[in-house]
Design a protein around this ligand. Structure first.
Ligand SMILES: Cc1cc2nc3c(=O)[nH]c(=O)nc-3n(C[C@H](O)[C@H](O)[C@H](O)COP(=O)(O)OP(=O)(O)OC[C@H]3O[C@@H](n4cnc5c(N)ncnc54)[C@H](O)[C@@H]3O)c2cc1C
Ligand SMILES: Cc1cc2nc3c(=O)[nH]c(=O)nc-3n(C[C@H](O)[C@H](O)[C@H](O)COP(=O)(O)O)c2cc1C
Ligand code: SF4
Length: 653
């Protein structure tokens, strides 16, 4: 008997019965090949179906040639999509989950193209979009008819391929929302003006789809309760549309979300980062919809624990909960929740790095905590080691912990040594940055894996060559991490210079006026700027790059940029630090070469990246045994590479 009775009760949606209330919402994976379902995409979703999810909504499929918003999306525009879709639905059904497809036109929200040219964008009217800086052409009525037909044809193909239903993407400021919104629709024909006219496009889409698929097939709608940015749809407007469509009686469910693609502020809510609390913050919008309709209401957005989903369903705010990143991080989450193994769930920490971060880089989906995600065909199953070996691992950061857990799972006898008293490495510092406490979940989750797999952990012990001689392991894995990089600075002896780690550990008295010299342009420069500004300092953030946070995911950066603006942090881009004295910091413009002098400075804080901790690696340079270097001690980068390299070596030794 599960402790989450509401979450694990089935629900009827149209003619489909979904086995529980957990849904993987539509999400791009960059796993399709040439617009078609690939073996990698099938393996990805099959892993989640096997993990016990109730409903999987497949990523957006374009309904028209002008709907290619990225160079790596699925296309539902021709019949040759059907065989791939069919293999995908069969794989999902094989494990008892339900499968819906998403029908999509982005309108003006065109992100990139496959050949570097700017493709034409179309919308209800010609209002430009702020985020991708597109200036769309108004759709001619002929084109509207063609696109509406495209939705119906796409739905028909999905039905033929064995899907249980389709979802129209009217959320996030995409094409149907652009027609609906009076601020983006200035048409004077029957598709613009009063509400009934602005709803006409969406209504025609619903009617055309229903006409194509009949009544025995689920048709739902994804819509943003609030688009959350300027000129976005507000709740009363979304509700008005939902109420009208409910009265038409053609839809089977409403899937409520927040955010919009059109603005930087709205886009943060498409995949909300960890600064947005994991309490199901969209649920009140869903509850407002539920109060107006009879059909089931779905919700999503930062629901990362089954207990939160249970509460949302039990309280009647929504009927089904989207837990998308929760299952990118742990596809087995529903099975574990059903079996009461809540402590074994690897909770998503909303870092946005390898899921939506990879999407924006145009590379296949993964998870920094679970690099097997998106790599199911290579790393989806663990093979037992042919013969158990004694493995010694030096360093209990993310790299060492992942290597230890995987090697032990494969049957090896693993000892993990950590120099300090606590496992976690640099993540213990990372979680001290403002708004980043949840990043520490990476340690909680890895420590749990290490414990479950029976790794022997020895803390407060530095691995040295004599210790290795004493233990005589069959293989050694070095995961000794990194330390702050301190570049040579003219006048360093005259100025007050500290590094980021000292500030985070509370070891530095920085005074009232600081310059942060940010070389990496990652989380550390922005985080320190926020921390020191909140502590009452005047903060000038000098970045050796285009902008603060250049190397981190855009939603994290954009949100942080707003916070720094509010706190009055001054940013100086294109600035390389080269000198300091008692009161000044000397920078050089990175392209003009001119000096930039910052006066009245108490402390220069260096955030200059990291250097590998190579003492042990150097000492073992001529050691004849089997030796592997992983993570930052191989080359200082991020937790993503550390965990991935831990997985790789753990499966190889
Ligand atoms: C403030 C801060 C914020 C960051 N934010 C992010 C972020 O948001 N996202 C991200 O992906 N990355 C972030 N990083 C980087 C990330 O934390 C590191 O890349 C990652 O921790 C590297 O993992 P690792 O296991 O290779 O090394 P480390 O985390 O450095 O761990 C190495 C461990 O080895 C131990 N050790 C060293 N020598 C020995 C020895 N001889 N014997 C035994 N033990 C030894 C150390 O004590 C340490 O615990 C951040 C780093 C910092 C400092
Ligand atoms: C990698 C990625 C791609 C996404 N692509 C889509 C998409 O194709 N269609 C869509 O409606 N939403 C998309 N989203 C948004 C998700 O459906 C979901 O609303 C969002 O991840 C918030 O839910 P979560 O906190 O449970 O992850 C995407 C999200 C991610 C992480
Ligand atoms: S990469 Fe980060 S945000 Fe994405 S699923 Fe993994 S833990 Fe969650």
């Amino acid at each position: 008997m599960t402790a989450l009775p509401n979450l694990f009760s089935p629900i009827k949606v149209g003619r489909a019965t979904i086995r529980n209330r957990i849904m993987s919402t539509g999400h791009d994976t960059v796993l399709p090949h040439a617009g078609k379902v690939s073996d990698e995409l099938i393996a990805y979703h099959e892993a989640r179906a096997r993990g016990g999810v109730g409903l999987i909504v497949i990523q957006v499929s374009a309904v028209h040639e002008t709907a290619r918003y990225s160079s790596h999306m699925l296309m539902a525009t021709t019949d040759d999509a059907i065989p791939g879709y069919r293999r995908l639905t069969e794989a999902i059904h094989r494990h008892g989950a339900t499968a819906f497809g998403q029908l999509f036109h982005p309108g003006r929200e065109i992100m990139d193209s496959s050949d570097g040219t700017i493709q034409p964008s179309f919308s209800a009217s010609s209002f430009p979009a702020d985020r991708f800086h597109t200036q769309p052409a108004p759709m001619a009525r002929r084109m509207i008819r063609e696109v509406v037909t495209g939705y119906a044809a796409g739905a028909q193909r999905m039905k033929t391929a064995g899907f249980d239903g389709v979802e129209i993407v009217a959320s996030h400021g995409y094409l149907p929302a652009q027609f609906l919104n009076k601020r983006t629709n200035a048409r004077t024909d029957e598709y613009g003006g009063p509400f009934e006219n602005r709803l006409r496009f969406l209504r025609e889409v619903v009617t055309a789809i229903r006409g194509a698929v009949g009544r025995d097939f689920v048709v739902g709608l994804r819509i943003s309760g609030e688009e959350m940015g300027h000129d976005g749809l507000e709740l009363v407007e979304s509700l008005e549309a939902i109420v009208a469509l409910e009265a038409d009686g053609q839809l089977d469910y409403y899937n409520v979300i927040a955010g919009s693609s059109a603005t930087l502020a709205g886009a943060i809510h498409i995949v909300p980062p960890m600064i947005v609390e994991a309490t199901g913050y969209v649920a009140p919008f869903a509850a407002a919809v539920k109060a107006k309709v009879k059909r089931p209401v779905f919700v999503g957005g930062r629901i990362n624990q089954p207990q939160v989903a249970e509460r949302i369903v039990a309280s009647g705010q929504a009927d089904v909960c989207g837990m998308t990143r929760a299952m990118i991080a742990d596809p087995e989450m529903p099975n574990k929740a059903r079996e009461g193994r809540l402590d074994d769930i690897r909770a998503c920490i909303a870092c946005n790095q390898a899921c939506i971060g990879h999407f924006h880089l145009g590379v296949p989906i993964s998870c920094i905590q679970r690099p097997e995600t998106g790599r199911e065909l290579s790393y989806g199953t663990r093979t037992k080691a042919a013969s158990p070996r004694r493995i010694l691992i030096a360093g209990g950061g993310p790299a060492g912990m992942k290597a230890a857990a995987v090697a032990a799972e494969r049957g090896h006898d693993v000892t993990l040594y950590e120099r300090s008293g606590q496992l976690g490495g640099q993540v213990l510092l990372a979680q001290l940055l403002p708004g980043r406490t949840e990043f520490g979940g990476l340690v909680t989750n890895l420590v749990r894996e290490v414990e479950r797999m029976g790794v022997r952990v020895v803390r407060n012990t530095e691995v040295t060559p004599p210790l290795i001689e004493r233990d005589k392991p069959d293989a050694v894995i070095l995961a000794t991490g990194a330390h702050p990089r301190i570049p040579p600075l003219e006048g360093a002896e005259d100025g007050h210079v500290v590094n980021a780690w000292q500030v985070l550990r509370g070891e530095a008295n920085v005074g009232k006026s600081v310059v942060i010299a940010d070389w990496r342009s990652d989380w550390i420069g922005m985080g320190l700027a926020e921390k020191l500004a909140r502590d009452g300092c005047r903060v000038r953030l000098a970045i050796n790059g285009y902008m603060a946070g250049e190397l981190i995911h855009r939603y994290v950066r954009d949100q942080w940029a707003g916070t720094l603006h509010k706190l009055g942090v001054e940013t100086i881009p294109y600035a390389r630090v080269f000198g300091v004295d008692a009161t000044n910091v000397y920078l050089q413009h990175t392209t003009a070469g001119d000096p930039i002098i910052i006066e009245n400075v108490d402390t220069l804080v260096l955030a200059q990246g990291h250097e590998r901790e190579a003492t042990l690696a150097d000492a073992l340079e001529d050691w004849p045994g089997e030796l592997h270097l992983i993570g930052d001690c191989l080359n200082a980068r991020t937790a993503e590479e550390a965990v991935l390299e831990g997985l790789k070596v753990g499966t190889r030794v």
